[in-house]
Design a protein around this ligand. Structure first.
Ligand SMILES: NC(=O)c1ccc[n+]([C@@H]2O[C@H](COP(=O)([O-])OP(=O)(O)OC[C@H]3O[C@@H](n4cnc5c(N)ncnc54)[C@H](OP(=O)(O)O)[C@@H]3O)[C@@H](O)[C@H]2O)c1
Length: 265
């Protein structure tokens, strides 16, 4: 077994399914000590068992939309091995609703989970990383962090915000032994579209076709871990849909022309 993250403590939020669970497997293969967080503790326990290194995995249930719980979880995470090397802010929820059908509660919930949760968690662990003179914050944004498609106004806003925050953070901490990586997945085959919120806050309940035909999460996670190991500033992972980032950057007019003609689910 290669052990490129041996003795390193890696905290992954949203580890109960999809990309987060796949990241846990990929980091485990690299020898990392893992802290696994999400709301569904049973799934985290099952993953811990599956990984077969129970002493090297801490299950730390957490709702990242609960500010008080975040503070408490961060204390426990930092106390576990007395260090935190990598924080992966991966927990996320998507949205499938028109702007005029999206309640403020739903919009706030998406921002709480995808943006404020990640920001608060980062703030909790940053002082210890700065004091140690090392640490890596990995924020999972999205292609939607560049390209705001229909039915995803709150989601795209949260992912743009997370990317913007990460860029400021990187500029502040670079040169102090800290690294910040932003990952922008395209379509990855996970539960993201099934769990996506409709305008009234209820889950959509079924998968999008694009997500069902997306990249295998285990393969995506391997690419992500490679990017993290190489301390990439930013990386996109997915299929051709990730080209949208470059097209948006260099030809925004084309994207604006095409988006109203797409028929997102
Ligand atoms: N799949 C894609 O195509 C895609 C594309 C771009 C970006 N992303 C991003 O990738 C990340 C992972 O998503 P995924 O695709 O793996 O979807 P997923 O299978 O639905 O996983 C989402 C994870 O987030 C956790 N989560 C949701 N709300 C939470 C909360 N309030 N507190 C704590 N954990 C919470 C879920 O766990 P619990 O329900 O147990 O809490 C679950 O583990 C997200 O940030 C997503 O926006 C995914």
């Amino acid at each position: 077994m290669s052990a490129r993250f041996a003795h390193q403590v890696v905290w992954i939020t949203g580890a109960s399914s999809g990309i987060g669970a796949a990241l846990a497997r990929a980091f485990s293969r690299e020898g990392a000590l893992l802290i696994l967080s999400a709301r569904r503790a049973d799934r985290l326990e099952a993953l811990r068992e599956e990984l077969g290194r129970p002493d090297e995995v801490l299950v730390l249930p957490l709702d990242v939309a609960d500010p008080r719980a975040i503070d408490e979880a961060a204390q426990q995470a930092l106390a576990w091995r007395g260090q935190l090397d990598v924080l992966v802010n991966n927990a996320g929820v998507s949205q499938r609703s028109l702007v005029e059908e999206t309640s403020m509660d739903t919009l706030r919930q998406v921002m709480e989970v995808n943006f404020f949760g990640a920001v608060q968690l980062t703030g909790c662990v940053l002082p210890s990383m700065i004091a140690a003179g090392r640490g890596h914050v990995v924020n999972i944004s999205s292609v939607a962090g560049y390209v705001s498609t229909p039915l995803r106004s709150a989601y795209a806003a949260s992912k743009h915000a997370l990317r913007a925050y990460s860029d400021s953070l990187r500029a502040e901490v670079s040169g102090r032994g800290l690294w910040v990586t932003v990952i922008c997945p395209g379509y990855i085959r996970t539960e993201i579209s099934k769990a996506a919120l409709r305008g009234d806050g209820t889950p959509k309940g079924e998968h999008d076709q694009a997500i069902l035909s997306g990249l295998d999460p285990e393969l995506a996670a391997r690419r992500m871990v490679d990017g993290i190991r190489h301390r990439r500033r930013e990386l996109s992972v997915g299929g051709r849909e990730t080209w949208a980032i470059a097209i948006q950057r260099f030809f925004p007019g084309i994207v604006a022309l095409l988006l109203p003609r797409t028929s997102p689910e």
